[in-house]
Design a protein around this ligand. Structure first.
Ligand code: MG
Length: 321
């Protein structure tokens, strides 16, 4: 069978928005460079599978992430499909914003860090300096009516600093949202978060005026907690969940960071819980299998592996005896 039995569960939302990060967060961590045409085709297939919000690429300097040096080419290949408020691109600074706007982007994402060490490693700046760098980016984006998301990395732990105090995370998130961002995404970049920690952080953010409905969650499955953490966040009122088709991705600067929450695993759980995602799971699995062929290795997603093993005959409904 290719879908779980739906059993509606009290306390869960009727629907959520999946913020698909595979083409950017997933592919930036690949050792090989994928051709721009394949990346654009990946985005097209994801949108066709019902993933409306898809982060397309990243306008960071090519020396930072060579895998995404072809951002303008990917946008060009996508045409109108890339020029929408539901197709964000990453930008670190004003130069990145210039290039993104020139390529037609109508949504951008900035990316801060909850810890000083990762801010240094990822942005070569202190937290305060990085916020100074983002301020004019957000201001200009707002003037151009471009949608802005603020990512914050290392919200649940940092590979160099260890535990990260919740107050420190809330402070950074507050300073970024005060710039005027439309959405916050709290990232568990190395996957060390657990459900109680998720609850505490969401409560702390809410008490500081960052509404849960504006907060997205970005979990990694390093320790197998991504889906548990996500369901906890949904119970707290989160309505946007970051996920990566096939579980692609990690973080090029964070040691031991493995894959993002797999979109298929999320869709499967939501289907079982009666939460609408708008995603055609079979089409999504087919897309991830296609992408895995391009990358030359199987998807780490449990749902992709399970459904890939089912032949079309096995997936034909049968009368249970
Ligand atoms: Mg990620």
């Amino acid at each position: 069978m290719s879908l779980p039995t739906t059993v509606s569960t009290p306390g869960m939302p009727e629907q959520i928005t999946i913020y698909e990060v595979g083409p950017r967060d997933g592919l930036q961590n690949e050792k090989s460079v994928i051709p721009a045409g394949i990346k654009a085709e990946f985005v097209r297939r994801l949108v066709a599978a019902g993933l409306n919000t898809v982060e397309v690429t990243s306008f960071v300097p090519p020396s930072w992430i060579p895998q995404l040096a072809d951002a303008a080419e990917v946008m060009e290949s996508l045409g109108e499909l890339g020029r929408q408020r539901t197709r964000p691109v990453l930008v670190p600074n004003q130069r990145g914003l210039d290039n993104a706007l020139e390529a037609g982007a109508r949504a951008v994402a900035i990316f801060g860090s909850a810890t000083e060490t990762f801010a240094r490693k990822n942005l070569n700046r202190t937290i305060a300096e990085s916020i100074d760098m983002f301020a004019p980016v957000v201001q200009r984006a707002q003037e151009d009516k471009v949608w802005v998301r603020a990512y914050v990395s290392m919200c649940f732990g940092d590979p160099w600093e260890g535990p990260v105090p919740i107050a420190q995370v809330v402070d950074v998130c507050g300073r970024l949202m005060d710039l005027g961002c439309d959405e916050l995404s709290i990232g568990d970049t190395i996957g060390v978060g657990t459900p109680g920690h998720v609850s505490r952080l969401l409560e702390a953010l809410d008490s500081q005026g960052i509404a849960t409905y504006r907060t997205a969650v970005h979990f990694h499955d390093t320790y197998g907690q991504a889906l548990s953490n996500t369901l906890t966040a949904l119970r707290h009122g989160v309505r946007t969940v970051d996920a990566s088709a096939g579980g692609l991705g990690g973080c090029p600067y964070a040691k031991s960071a493995t894959g993002n929450l797999a979109t298929e695993d999320l869709v499967w759980a939501c289907r079982g819980l009666g939460i609408e995602t708008g995603v055609d799971l079979d089409a999504l699995v087919a897309t991830s299998i296609w992408m895995a062929e391009q990358l030359g290795r199987p998807s780490p997603s449990a749902v992709v592996r399970a459904l890939a093993g089912a032949t079309s005959t096995e997936r034909t409904p049968t009368v249970e005896s």
